[in-house]
Design a protein around this ligand. Structure first.
Ligand code: GDP
Ligand code: IMO
Ligand code: MG
Length: 454
């Protein structure tokens, strides 16, 4: 057996060569593309938060793949693709995703699912929808009430599944799908509670049947069994023998349950702060944290967005950036880059490097606005308010930079970018205090400029 001291040192060494890729806005920053690009340097890619609310698009040689629960490293067949304990897994959605990857000839042999990952059950999907419907029925559109508007969730059962995890006894975990007795016991308790509390508020008469739901879980468990393991041990043991990992954040920093614009957030820790609890790996020695940001701002769902452009600017960004959700197909709200919120996200994540995506979308604007401060109650501030009521009251203060007219999708070197595009990047670096190491000018792997040292 390896000496425990030697093992700890080896884990720290490997972690110092490991990386994280996280989103710095309201999601959809292009994390999937950047993870796919960097995955080849590591033993595997690890998801640590969120669930099937995530939609990560990877384009390789014109082939486009949408991933929701499976880590974006899966396109590298020799790599591990690990779903950590912090991810809430809808097993039916996962099976569908595996089917679609199989039909696209993607080998998922490297997939490993944490035995401790909470399962999204059918009643969680019902509760997510019911809560949104209730909020909608109470919402008077002419009255400002940031606490009464529907959140605009993806309706993937994310919030209710994380709430169930916190309730403990009734929370089904992936490992339970192969333990019939324990599964039945948990589902019986859950059904007793849901039939009294949830069923009466649903639009359709519903009765949750413990036997049927247990059989449903066991059947899916038979399919997923080969992938379900103790991922905490797997990750630490792999690190101990020199393997390094890429930790893939889902959603974005401004959707963080604690540090986003509450309550218009998701239900997990979306920043690098969530990696430890979501994987069982201590991140004290983690090497590099790469923050991904698009060159402008987008948001899907409700909640304040200070730089939103409900006009021809927003329309142009949406059309050129093809800003429609990967998971729900909803049009994304678009606006000017908001560096106040990006700097907040960079601090939370403790970023070492930035990846700037979708810069090509900005070509053709005469001028580009960048939000550098907010005005709140007559005072100028660069703090990001942590609740939606204050965030909805801020007024953005812009700096205006000259735009660039040339299309840049075929540019492969930073020095070849139009001078005004280079100035735009330099402005971001100086405001945020972190260097842009990767610039993306199109969805394909090849449409990327990467600093040689990175
Ligand atoms: P994620 O959730 O952060 O992984 O991002 P999504 O995949 O949901 O959304 C990003 C979208 O932008 C996807 O359709 C990508 O294929 C696309 N994309 C990524 N980088 C670029 C880029 O540099 N330029 C353009 N035009 N599209 C990009
Ligand atoms: P990726 O990983 C964009 C948003 C939803 C909604 C709020 C809460 O693709 O960047 P939820 O279903 O999580 O309870 O919804 O969070 N949201 C995302 N928006 N990209 C995502 O993931 C998102 N995940 C959640 O639109 O406003
Ligand atoms: Mg997405």
């Amino acid at each position: 057996m390896t000496d425990p001291r030697t093992k700890r040192t080896a884990i720290r060494d490997s972690l110092s060569q490991s990386r994280a890729v996280v989103g710095l806005q309201w999601g959809d920053e292009g994390k999937g593309k950047i993870v796919d690009l960097l995955a080849c340097d590591h033993a595997g890619v690890v998801r640590y938060n969120g669930g099937a609310n995530a939609g990560h698009t990877v384009v390789v040689d014109g082939r486009r793949l949408s991933l929701h629960l499976v880590p974006s490293g899966v396109l590298h067949p020799d790599k591990l693709a690990v779903v950590g304990n912090g991810v809430v897994v809808d097993p039916a959605a996962l099976c569908e995703e595996l089917d679609s990857l199989e039909s696209a000839s993607v080998d998922c042999a490297g997939l490993r699912l944490s035995t401790a990952a909470p399962v999204v059950m059918p009643y969680h999907l019902d509760e997510d929808a019911a809560r949104e419907t209730l909020l909608a029925s109470q919402h008077a559109p002419d009255v400002h009430s940031a606490d009464r508007e529907p959140i605009g969730t993806t309706r993937r059962g994310i919030g209710p599944a994380y709430a169930e995890k916190a309730q403990r006894a009734s929370a089904v975990r992936l490992g339970d799908l192969v333990r019939p007795k324990l599964l039945r016991k948990k589902i019986e308790l859950a059904c007793e509670i849901k039939n009294r509390t949830l069923a009466p508020i649903l639009a359709e008469p519903t009765h949750y049947d413990a036997v049927a739901l247990t059989n449903w879980g066991l059947e899916i468990g038979r399919r997923l069994a080969p992938f379900i393991v103790n991922t905490t041990a797997l990750l630490n043991d792999t690190l101990a023998v020199g393997g390094t990992f890429l930790f893939e954040g889902a959603n974005g920093a401004l959707l963080d349950i604690d540090h986003g614009g509450h309550p218009f957030v998701t239900s997990s820790s979306t920043t690098s702060l969530g990696i430890g609890p979501g994987t069982g790996v201590s991140t004290r020695s983690l090497g590099t944290i790469v923050g991904v940001m698009k060159a402008y701002q987008t948001r899907v769902g409700a909640g304040p967005m200070p730089t939103e452009q409900n006009n021809s600017v927003g329309e142009r960004l949406r059309t050129r950036g093809n800003e429609f959700g990967t998971t729900t197909g909803r049009p994304r709200r678009c606006g000017w880059l908001d560096l106040v919120s990006v700097r907040h996200a960079v601090t939370l994540n403790d970023c070492d490097a930035l990846a700037l995506t979708l810069l090509d979308v900005l070509a053709g604007f005469d001028e580009l606005n960048i939000c550098v401060a907010y005005r709140l109650d007559g005072e100028e501030t660069t703090s990001f308010p942590l609740d939606a009521v204050d965030l909805s009251r801020v007024e953005p203060i812009y700096e205006t930079l000259p735009g660039f007219s040339d299309e840049i999708t075929d540019t492969r070197s930073r020095s070849q970018l139009p001078q005004h595009a280079q100035n735009y990047i330099a402005f971001i670096e100086s405001f945020v205090g972190v260097d842009v190491e990767l610039v993306s000018v199109g969805p394909d792997r090849a449409q990327t400029m990467r600093r040689t040292s990175f």
